[in-house]
Ligand binder design. Structure first.
Ligand code: NAP
Ligand code: MG
Length: 504
């Protein structure tokens, strides 16, 4: 395994310095179109997991700041400064925002990489372009949403309008900070809502930066607020607020449950939840591209250091090809270049935090204690950098009831299981509380069709992992949550139907 110790070679120093310059100030919330400290004056420390050093201090907002932001969003919604503009004008502003994000893409990528420890090549090549594409997609969509005319007798006209909900609270995680934020912000804005966004405390920087670009692009004050802070303070206050119409959430199951409870205990605001999974990759012996499948299996779990809600963390292989296939996956995993996120060649950087690193290492230990065989990895690496790196890890001999077959690790840990019949494959694949994504690899189209019908998942991929984009809906079933991001369907999440009837 080519493990380089993260240092700052001269070639990467410019990137680090540029990123540090871009954050060379405290992170301030954006409320009612202005940068603001928290009312309490408190801040929290923002570290980079790249080497454990302090990046900056960020406003630790609480319920009072959330009140300010919600009030500003409400006024902006009621006086129609945004939703009252023509679709053409709103579309132009969102495209202008995308143009500015493109012009600032390098800064955004540097910030994202610094804030999260993810490889700069991923931030440049995926996170930021995908966030921009999301804004463009919904900018284009917003003037193509029509209402309906219902069938009626001659003396009546009944029609159906899509009306924006009002004030949307968006609470997002740290694994793809800007990308996940824009999956919520862009469709909510396209439908004419106002937004209060609470970024994850570990990754606030790109949301703050982009909301400033939004103001420059012409979004009116108060339409998109960003309130930084801790989940149990700012997040909790947002979820309990009596004047928030909806919470759109991506994150963990326990917090998802709290959000539903907070809704029930406050104003019955609607809630959408994207809560991760334990997604299976099912490989049949008749797969005609085992090397392609091995690459899909390895990158399906190790991308973004395994911190992906759709991570294909359960590798289910037909028993007759298991040893051969696991060797192929390990061969791919061994080529993954682990190291300093700011090295443009690095493919696998630091985990988000010391806590998340320790969680992954604990799961690897638990897996072995339950009889799992460590095929590769299993260790913290690059420790002398001060950062939090865990190498790609592969455990064989996992059984369906083991912790590593049931619980989401959210780290670079792949569990290998076997099956001997098609029915057993579908049954084991469905045997967790989750249902986000599932993949299967086979040359047999009939088998693939049976799998598509049998698998309980919001996303099913055949002969290619994660082969979809903004044009397809994204979300899960069972305890992976409900509600969809991406595609035109996401627009309807941020709107209500008004049925009108005119008699004459
Ligand atoms: P998390 O605790 O669910 O955090 C997600 C977001 O919710 C963050 O903005 C967080 O704020 C906020 N939050 C936390 N407590 C809250 C509360 N009581 N009320 C309202 N908002 C609250 O997830 P995490 O700690 O970042 O990660 C823990 C685990 O969640 C991971 O190991 C993984 O299993 C899962 N996860 C899933 C996804 C996904 O894409 N589905 C993404 C990230 C994590 P703070 O950042 O300030 O706590
Ligand atoms: Mg950070």
């Amino acid at each position: 395994m080519p493990l380089s110790t993260p240092q700052i070679p001269a070639s990467h120093r410019d990137g680090v310095l540029a990123a540090m310059k871009a954050v060379d100030k405290p992170g301030l919330a954006i409320i009612d179109g202005r940068e603001r400290a928290s009312r309490s004056g408190r801040t929290f420390d923002n570290y980079t997991s790249r080497d454990g050093s302090l990046i900056n201090k960020i406003a630790a907002c609480d319920a009072r700041d959330i009140d300010d932001a919600v009030a500003s969003a409400r006024v902006a919604f009621e006086d129609k400064r945004w939703r009252g503009q023509s679709p053409k004008a709103r579309k132009k502003i969102l495209h202008h925002l995308a143009d500015l994000m493109e012009a600032h893409a390098e800064n955004l990528a540097l910030l994202e990489s610094l804030d999260t420890g993810k490889p700069i090549r991923d931030a440049r090549g995926f996170d930021i372009p995908a966030a921009i594409n999301t804004v463009r997609y919904y900018a284009e969509a917003l003037d193509k949403i029509y209402g309906e005319v219902a069938p009626t007798p001659d003396d009546r006209l009944s029609y159906v309008l899509h009306e924006p909900l009002g004030v949307i609270g968006a609470i997002v995680p740290w694994n793809f900070p800007l990308h996940m934020a824009m999956w919520k912000v862009a469709p909510a804005l396209a439908m004419g809502n106002s937004i209060v966004l609470k970024p994850a405390e570990l990754s606030s920087m790109t949301a703050l930066y982009t909301a400033q670009l939004g103001l420059e692009a012409g979004l009116p004050d108060g339409v998109w607020n960003v309130v930084t802070g801790l989940g149990h303070e700012a997040g909790d206050a947002l979820s309990r607020h009596m004047d928030v119409d909806m919470i759109a959430f991506t994150g963990s199951g326990p917090v998802g449950r709290q959000l539903m409870k907070a809704s029930a205990e406050s104003n019955l605001k609607r809630v959408s939840l994207e809560l991760g999974g334990k997604s299976p990759q099912i490989v049949f012996s008749d797969c005609d591209d085992l090397d392609g499948a091995a690459a899909g299996a390895a990158w399906g779990v190790f991308y973004n250091q395994g911190q992906v809600c759709t991570a294909g963390s359960r590798l289910m292989v037909e028993a007759s090809i298991k040893d051969d296939f696991v060797a192929r996956v390990a061969a791919v995993a061994k080529t993954i270049r682990v190291g300093d996120p700011f090295d443009p060649d690095t493919q696998f950087g630091a985990m988000i935090s010391q806590r998340q690193m320790n969680t992954a290492l604990d799961y690897i230990e638990k897996g072995q204690a339950e009889g799992g065989r460590l095929v590769m990895g299993g260790n913290r690496v690059c420790a002398d950098s001060g950062g939090y790196y865990v190498e790609p890890s592969l455990l064989d001999n996992i059984t369906p009831q083991n912790v590593l077959a049931q619980e989401e690790v959210f780290g670079p840990v792949l569990s290998v299981m076997t099956f001997t019949s098609e029915d057993e494959a579908w049954k084991t694949a469905n045997d967790t509380v989750y249902g986000l994504a599932a993949g299967l690899w086979t040359a047999n189209i009939s088998k693939a069709m049976r799998g598509i019908a049998a698998l309980k998942a919001g996303l099913v991929w055949v002969n290619g992992w994660d082969a979809c984009d903004i044009t397809s809906p994204f979300g899960g079933v069972k305890q992976s949550g409900f509600g969809r991001d991406r595609s035109l369907h996401a627009l309807h999440k941020y709107a209500d139907l008004k049925a009108v009837s005119i008699s004459f």
